[in-house]
Design a protein around this ligand. Structure first.
Ligand code: BJW
Ligand code: ZN
Length: 255
C-alpha cells in the first residue's frame, strides 16, 4: 500500500520549507532495501534465534562466542551492502538544509553505518556501531560464518581481546536493558527540543527511548512525518504518513 495523496505532499513540502530545525529518526526499515534484515518481522531470525534475544547483555554473558558470531555475520552482510536511495535522499536533505542555514540532525537506531557511507555527516548513532568494539573490562573503544554454520564455541580467551588490558571485547552497541550514552542522549534531546519537523523512518517504534521521540516533538508543537510500510504505535502522533518503502517514498517526498 503506497499512499502519496497530492495534498499531503504539498502540505508536507511547505512545512519542510518553513522549518528552521529538522530532525530525522531512522530505524532498520531504511536499510531493508539495502538487503539488511530488520529486527522484528520476517528478517528477525538468525539461525533459530530471535535477534532481539541475542541483543542483550545476558546473552553475551551466557555465550559471548555465539553473540560474536551473530555480529560477525551481520558485519559480513553490511560490508557487502550499499546505501540505497533513502539514505541518499537524507544526505541530500542535510546538504540542502545546511545551505539554507537550517539546523539538521540525523538520529539513527541503526548500527550499520550506511548513513555515513551515503555521505551524511554528524550522524548520532543512538544504539552504537557494529564497526566498533568496547572492552568489557576497561571500556576502551576500538576501531563470517554461514547462517547455518554449526556453533563455533570459541573459548572466551580466544575471542577478540582488548589491546590495553586483554579484557574480553564486545560490540560497542546498546543492548536491551543498557543505557544509551549520556552525550548521545544530550545530542538527541537538543535535536528534538523545538524541532519544527521530525521525520521518523522505518522504525517499529516499540524500543525506548527512541519510540518516545515522536510524541515528544508533537507535544512541543512540532510536526511529525512517518515513512513506513506499515502503521506503528506512533502513527497517531504523525501529521504526515507516507506508506511505502523508504527508498521510494523518501526521494519522492524530499526530491
Ligand atoms: C520499512 C521497510 C521499508 C520495513 N521502508 N519501512 C519503558 C517501558 C518499557 C520498557 C522500557 C522502557 N524504557 C526502556 C525499556 C527497555 C527497552 C525497551 O524499549 N523495551 C521495549 C522493547 C519494551 N529499552 C532499552 O533497554 C534501552 N535502554 C534504556 O532505555 O535504558 C534505560 C532503561 C533500561 C531498562 C529499563 C528502563 C530504562 C536500550 C535499547 C537498545 C536497543 N538495542 C537494539 C540492538 C542494538 C544493536 C544491534 O542492532 O544488534 O537496537 S534492539 C533493536 O531494536 C535495535 C534497533 O535499533 C531497535 C529498534 O528497532 P527498529 O529500528 O525499529 O527495527 P524493527 O525491525 O523493529 O522495525 C522495522 C520497521 O521498519 C517496521 O516498522 C517495518 O514496518 C518498517 N519497514 N521495511 C520503510 N522498506
Ligand atoms: Zn580493556
Amino acid at each position: 500500500r503506497c499512499s502519496f495523496a497530492g495534498s499531503q505532499l504539498e502540505e508536507f513540502t511547505s512545512v519542510l520549507e518553513a522549518a528552521h530545525k529538522v530532525t530525522v529518526l531512522s530505524g532498520a526499515g531504511i536499510s531493508a532495501e539495502s538487503g539488511i534484515p530488520t529486527f522484528r518481522g520476517a528478517g528477525g531470525l538468525w539461525r533459530n534465534f530471535d535477534a532481539t534475544e541475542l541483543a542483550t547483555p545476558y546473552a553475551f554473558a551466557a555465550n559471548p562466542s555465539l553473540v560474536w558470531e551473530f555480529y560477525h555475520y551481520r558485519r559480513c552482510i553490511v560490508a557487502a551492502a550499499a546505501p540505497n536511495a533513502g539514505h541518499y535522499a537524507l544526505e541530500a536533505l542535510q546538504r540542502k538544509c545546511e545551505q539554507q542555514g537550517k539546523l539538521f540532525t540525523l538520529l539513527t537506531q541503526n548500527i550499520d553505518g550506511l548513513h555515513a557511507k551515503a555521505g551524511s555527516s554528524n550522524v548520532v548513532e543512538l544504539h552504537g556501531s557494529m564497526w566498533r568494539t568496547r572492552c568489557c573490562h576497561c571500556n576502551n573503544i576500538q576501531g563470517a560464518p554461514e547462517p547455518m554454520a554449526k556453533e563455533a564455541n570459541i573459548p572466551s580467551m580466544q575471542l577478540p581481546r582488548c589491546k590495553l588490558c586483554n579484557g574480553l571485547l564486545r560490540p560497542h552497541v546498546v543492548w536491551f536493558g543498557e543505557c544509551l550514552e549520556v552525550e548521545t542522549m544530550e545530542c538527541a534531546h537538543n535535536a528534538l527540543e523545538d524541532c519544527d519537523l521530525l521525520l521518523v523512518i522505518g522504525t517499529s517504534a516499540v524500543v525506548q527511548p527512541a519510540a518516545g521521540f515522536a510524541p515528544l516533538v508533537k507535544a512541543h508543537g512540532g510536526a511529525v512525518a512517518e515513512f513506513n510500510t506499515e502503521d506503528t504505535p506512533i502513527s497517531d502522533n504523525c501529521r504526515f504518513k507516507f506508506h511505502g518503502p523508504a527508498a521510494v517514498m523518501l526521494p519522492a517526498a524530499l526530491g
